[in-house]
Design a protein around this ligand. Structure first.
Ligand code: ASP
Length: 354
């Protein structure tokens, strides 16, 4: 370097220290920290319309979603992670008997509860899931432990329960999950099955598919660091065959998250979501086709799935929120740091009901 050039650099460094030191742009140092930006969306299951529920039921379910949404907002607005927001929101809904997850889970054909859950971290693509657990109070937290404490993605049945013991999570007797509503649906179903002469066949499986009790719960969040997380937890479908595993614990079907695109949680007829790899497809359409979040969600609900299959919630890397369903209704809630805040259980037009 010539002497003149060296002098020039010295002068430049003197008059413009912030450029030479650390490559900062002027004014960057000492700026007050930015308020955490975030987006969060929750579903409380797709299925029947709020019009079929009593005003008390609608009010209660919306109050529960509000409580869960407030929890997620509290975590995210104070700089917490998307993963913490998703887990804590879903724990609240698992503990709430109005939803088909944790307490309130549906009964399977054998009269038992078998719970499924999954969670995914869009930053690392780490994910964890459990299927067919019977005595773990909060399957979503166990799913997160599978993600963080094992090298695996999905643990099922007795193995998942054994892992839960090792991790010291809270256990409950299996009748803890019982609720009168879920029992009534199961009894109605059983009667209908008995009145058939031919036992389980294509037709009765078809019937199973069209009359599930709504109330699976899911949550997707984007935190101030730009990390996306998604989680889903469920009791599955009423009168499901023992051992049946739905889409909720299947990463790519019921749950997916990728910081480069979006996070997704699904609810509906699990087999359809597995066959069509729905949660992953929403992300893939954004990544490979350049679709917007809403386009990718709509395409799945209108073209890839059948009418009445279910719904989807999603958040993209820019904080956009999508909530869609092709059933009569889907309980849902959303909020973001720009001031959006809504809790809806409405009809297919999306019109909120009181
Ligand atoms: N997708 C769940 C399952 O198939 C049920 C639901 O979302 O209502 O297990």
């Amino acid at each position: 370097m010539g002497i003149n050039c060296f002098r020039l650099l010295l002068v430049f460094a003197f008059i413009s220290p912030s450029v030479c030191l650390y490559g900062q742009t002027p004014g960057e140092e000492g700026d007050s920290p930015e308020v955490s930006s975030y987006s969060i969306v929750i579903h409380g299951g797709a299925g029947s319309s709020a019009a079929n529920a009593s005003p008390v039921q609608v009010k209660q379910r919306k109050a529960s979603l509000t409580k869960a949404l407030d929890q997620g907002v509290a975590v995210l607005s104070s700089g917490g992670t998307a993963l913490d927001a998703v887990e804590s929101v879903l724990k609240i809904l698992e503990d709430d008997p109005q939803f088909n997850a944790g307490k309130g889970a549906v009964f399977n054909a054998a009269g038992d509860h078998e719970l499924d859950a999954s969670i995914m971290d869009g930053k690392t693509k780490a994910c964890g899931a459990v299927a067919g657990v019977k005595t773990v109070k909060n399957p979503i937290s166990l799913a997160r432990l599978v993600m963080t404490e094992t090298r695996h993605v999905l643990l099922a049945g007795p193995g998942a329960e054994e892992f839960a013991k090792q991790q010291g999570v809270e256990f409950v007797p299996t009748d803890y999950f019982d609720t009168p509503g879920a029992k009534k649906s199961w009894e109605r179903y059983k009667l209908r099955m008995k009145s058939r002469t031919s036992g389980l066949n294509r037709n009765t499986d078809g019937e199973l598919e069209t009359s599930w009790k709504m109330g699976t719960v899911g949550c997707v969040a984007l935190d101030g660091e730009g990390n996306i997380a998604a989680g889903t937890t469920t009791g599955g479908m009423t009168y499901k065959k023992f051992g049946r595993i739905g889409d909720s614990p299947i990463v790519g079907a019921g749950t997916y998250a990728d910081n480069a695109t979006c996070g997704v949680s699904a609810t509906g007829i699990g087999e359809q979501y597995i066959r069509n790899a729905v949660a992953y497809d929403v992300s893939a359409q954004m990544k490979y086709k350049g679709a917007t979040l809403q386009e990718a969600v709509d395409d799945n609900l209108r073209r890839r799935l059948n009418k009445n299959d279910g719904g989807l919630i999603a958040v993209d890397k820019d904080g956009n929120i999508a909530m869609g369903f092709n059933t009569a209704g889907m309980a849902r809630a959303a909020a973001d740091s720009k001031g959006r805040y809504e809790v809806i259980w409405g009809d297919a037009s999306g019109k909120p009901r009181k």
